[in-house]
Design a binder for this molecule. Structure first.
Ligand code: ZN
Length: 129
């Protein structure tokens, strides 16, 4: 997963840098404590975050016991959201009631990929013990 994030390109082949912030008191849109959050803004041409053009942001809660687990999860959202933005947008068009900020309504390809990447991380970690 980390290698994928390090070599991330968008659908036009442009390199997209992923910034990772550790935040205390991280919250989701509903104001609940969140383990991690991916902010992926596409302006029609480029992905943009507070770090500039061709960047996205992952935030992780500072009190996590296992940063790798949630970085894998958020990395899954970020990777699929950047690499397969058209697939994700097509899915949202098909299911207009799905919540944009949530990412885990049933069948959401971004949420499915994030969950899968988290599972892969946990599996790999288990093998190394
Ligand atoms: Zn998620």
């Amino acid at each position: 997963m980390f290698n994928k994030l390090n070599n991330l390109t968008d659908e036009k082949g442009q390199v997209v840098d992923v910034y990772i912030n550790i935040a205390s008191n991280l919250q989701n849109e509903s104001g609940q404590t969140a383990n991690g959050r991916s902010t992926i803004n596409f302006d029609g041409n480029n992905f943009i975050s507070m770090y500039g053009v061709n960047t996205t942001l992952i935030e992780l809660n500072s009190n996590l016991m296992d940063f790798g687990r949630y970085l894998s999860h958020e990395g899954g959202h970020t990777f699929s959201g950047v690499k397969f933005l058209n697939v994700l947008n097509a899915w949202y068009n098909q299911y207009p009631s799905a919540r944009r900020g949530n990412g885990h309504d049933e069948g959401n390809p971004s949420g499915d990929y994030a969950t899968e990447m988290e599972k892969v991380y946990m599996r790999n970690k288990g093998l190394k013990r």
